[in-house]
Design a protein around this ligand. Structure first.
Ligand code: S3P
Length: 180
């Protein structure tokens, strides 16, 4: 199931330190939040969900932030959060927003990066209309599919590990625990 990138060594993170966070990346709907919650429970760690933290800080939903300050404004808030996490958080599970590793290329500063890889059809089937409506970049299915294709390589390139994210959150979390 898992595809291990053998270049990874936990003592030699890009930043020169190892903060021991598990950082989940992947496209919208790949299961980062649900797998993150399962992982946190199984490992007795805290889950930090980047979108939730931004929403709480701003007292606005993600769609409202996009409407108010545009995507560029949202990316700026994401970067500030990512830098704060890199400097202040240890031993947590971090569920990122789908664009974070694309716009914050120092993602490995946050910890061990695990890419939850799912095909677009799986992702689309997983997201209800209500869930899609929360995500401005999923408003148009064809544009979302193009974005998925555009990002796929970048996710794989910045991850220490890539894992098949087609199963249940429980099974994916167990596979990650076996990997690390
Ligand atoms: C985004 C993904 C969303 C959220 C925002 C932008 C993206 O998070 O951060 O709508 O650019 O892929 P999820 O991946 O949790 O849906």
């Amino acid at each position: 199931m898992a595809n291990i990138n053998t270049k990874f060594h936990p003592k030699k993170m890009d930043s020169g330190f190892c903060c021991n966070n598990i950082v989940l990346i992947g496209f919208m709907g790949s299961g980062k939040s649900s797998v993150g919650a399962q992982l946190a429970r199984s490992l007795s760690r805290v889950l930090l969900d980047c979108d939730t933290l931004i929403e709480q800080t701003e007292s606005m939903r993600i769609a409202e932030i996009f409407a108010k300050v545009g995507e560029a404004g949202f990316r700026q808030k994401e970067r500030v959060l990512a830098e704060w996490l890199a400097h202040n958080v240890r031993n947590a599970v971090i569920a990122t927003g789908g664009g974070l590793p694309i716009f914050y290329q120092e993602i490995r500063n946050l910890g061990v990066v695990v890419y939850l890889k799912a095909d677009f059809e799986t992702i689309h089937a997983r997201l209800s209309d209500e869930e899609r409506a929360k995500r401005p970049l999923f408003a148009d299915m064809q544009k979302a599919h193009a974005l998925y294709k555009e990002r796929a390589q970048s996710y794989a390139a910045c991850a220490h590990y890539t894992i098949d994210a087609k199963g249940s959150a429980h099974d994916i979390a167990s596979a990650i625990i076996t990997l690390l």
